[in-house]
Design a binder for this molecule. Sequence first.
Ligand code: AMP
Ligand code: MG
Length: 403
Amino acid sequence: MLPAREVPLLEAPGGRLAEDVVSEIDMPRFDNSSMDGYAVRAAELASAGEHSPVVLPVRGDIPAGHAEMVRLEPGTTIRIMTGAPVPAGADAVVPVEWTDGGTTQVRITRGPAEGAFVRRRSEDVRAGQTVLRAGTRLSARHIALLATVGRDRVRIQSRPFVLVMPSGNELVAPGKPLGPGQIHDSNGYGLIAAVRALGARAEHGGVIDDNPDAVTAALADAAGRADLVITTGGVSAGAYDTIKEVLGKLGTVGFEKVAMQPGMPQGFGVIGPDRTPIFTLPGNPVSALVSFEIFVRPALLRMAGETSLGPRLKFATATEGWSSPVGKRQFVRAWIEPLIRYQEPVDEELMTHGYVVRPVGGQGSHLVADLAEANCLVIVPEKVAQVASGDQVVCLILDGETL
Ligand code: AMP
Ligand code: MG
C-alpha cells in the first residue's frame, strides 16, 4: 500500500480516506429552531386553538448567528429564526404559520408539543464520535460531513502513479503516419485509459525499441519515477522479445506461461533500487487489456488501499454456444444484458435468470474492434470444452458499466 498524504478538503473527493475522522464538536452544537416562529413554553399553549387563540407579548428577535444568551420569561414569547439558538426557558417553537405573525404581540392558534421544532444538541454527532472510517471513498456526502465537523484538510491514500511503456520497433503513436510494416500503438493508450478509469494516475513512458540497451535504459528511468511500471510486448519466445531477454537476467522478474486464453505469456516482478513493481504484459492488444483486468487491476486497487479486490462478476445465461480450450481458462469477449431488455423470444426457463450473454466477434487476440464491442468477459473454466446455449456462465463486467 502506498503512503497516505494530507490534502486540502476540496482535493479529497474521489480519494480514499486514510484516517478515522473523529468529530471534536457536537452537531448540532446547541439546541436550535427548525422553523421560523416563536420560542415558547409549550405548557402555556395547551389550550390554544382556532377559536381559543393564546396571545403573548413578543420580547425581541433571535436571528440565526445570534451570540447572546437569551432567557424566555414566563408568559412571553421571542421571535426565532431557523437555526437560531433556542432561549433558556423555552421548550418548543411555534411555526409562524400557526400564528398571525405579530411583532409586538402574537396570536397563536395551535399549541406545539413539548420539544416540537427544536433540533437537539448532539442529536446528529457527539463530540468524540468517529464519523468516518479509514478506507471510505470520499464523495460529496462525506466532504459535507468533514466540513460540518470543521476539517479543512484530510489524509487520503496516495494514488499510484503508473508508467505505461509499450515495446516494439513497429509502433507509431496515433496521429502520426504509418510507414511500411508499422502499426499504431494501441496498448499504450488503452492501458493508460484503463489505469485512469480506476482513479490512479498514468502517463505514457514512451515506446521502447526492441534492443537490450534501449530496454535497460528506459526501465531504469521508469523505475525511478513510477509506483508501478507496465510494459507490453517482447515477452513471448521470438527472437526480438527483448523485454524478457533483459529482465530475465535480473532475477527479480519472473516469466510464466499462464494457462489462460488470451494472455498466455506474463511477467511480474520488481526492478530498480526501490523495488518498483512491474507487469510485463503480452503485446497483442486484446491480451494486454484482458491481462490488465485479471492481474494489474487488483494490484493497483490494493496499492491504493482498496480492500475488496474482487472483479465485478455476474451470472448470466448463454444464448449461444462456443468451444473452449481444455486446460486453459478462457476469457471470452461478450455482451451481457438484463433479460428484460432482451429482444429475441426466450423460453420459460431462461426467464427465471437475470441476465443473458452472447459472445461478440472473433476471439483472435489481435481483434481490437471486436473487444470494443464487448461489455464483459465470460470466464470459462479450464475443464470445459464446450459452452452450450442455456448454460449458466460467469461474466466479468468491463468498465464501470452498470447493468
Ligand atoms: P509481441 O508480444 O511484441 O511479439 O507482440 C505481439 C503482437 O502485438 C504483434 O503483432 C505486435 O505488433 C502487437 N503489438 C505489440 N505491441 C503493441 C502495441 N503497443 N499496440 C498495438 N499492437 C501491438
Ligand atoms: Mg514485439
